[in-house]
Design a binder for this molecule. Structure first.
Ligand SMILES: [Zn+2]
Ligand SMILES: [Zn+2]
Length: 144
């Protein structure tokens, strides 16, 4: 009788282990394990701060290298290293999928509004762009 109970106990433990393994690897708990394993990835297209490298100054979208901010640089009038620049925006805010905001005055910009910036060309380094304002707060002509 004692051996019979022992076998029964082993069988019960075995079934319990099987059930535990089933729930852990295949059953509902497996979903929790998968969530634990997934590490949060940084978003491809997040939001950055205007002025950061590869951040659109109009809509603050963090941009891939292939998406450049559409801008127009004028030859320097003073003959110095700084050039005037008109920034139209990036692929995200030029098709209206992101709000266009002037980082200087905070005004919401229309599709034909532009930002005026000063670009400082620095040898052997990335050009520095300083946004002066938009076509509303700087009172410059809109681009057609
Ligand atoms: Zn943009
Ligand atoms: Zn402005």
């Amino acid at each position: 009788m004692g051996t019979y109970l022992q076998i029964l106990a082993f069988v019960l433990i075995g079934v319990a282990l099987l059930w535990f393994g089933y729930t852990l690897f295949i059953g509902p708990l497996a979903g929790i394990r998968r969530v634990w394993r997934q590490r949060p990835k940084p978003p491809r297209k997040g939001t950055g701060f205007p002025g950061d490298p590869q951040v659109c100054p109009v809509c603050s979208a963090r941009l891939d290298k292939k998406y450049l901010v559409k801008s127009l640089a004028f030859p320097s009038l003073t003959g110095g290293k700084d050039r005037l620049m008109h920034i139209r925006g990036c692929v995200y805010c030029m098709n209206g999928s992101r709000p266009r905001v002037c980082p200087v005055c905070g005004a919401h910009l229309g599709e034909d509004d532009i930002l005026v910036a000063r670009m400082f060309e620095r040898p052997h380094r990335r050009s520095h762009v300083h946004v002066l304002g938009c076509s509303r707060c700087k009172k410059v002509g809109k681009l057609k």
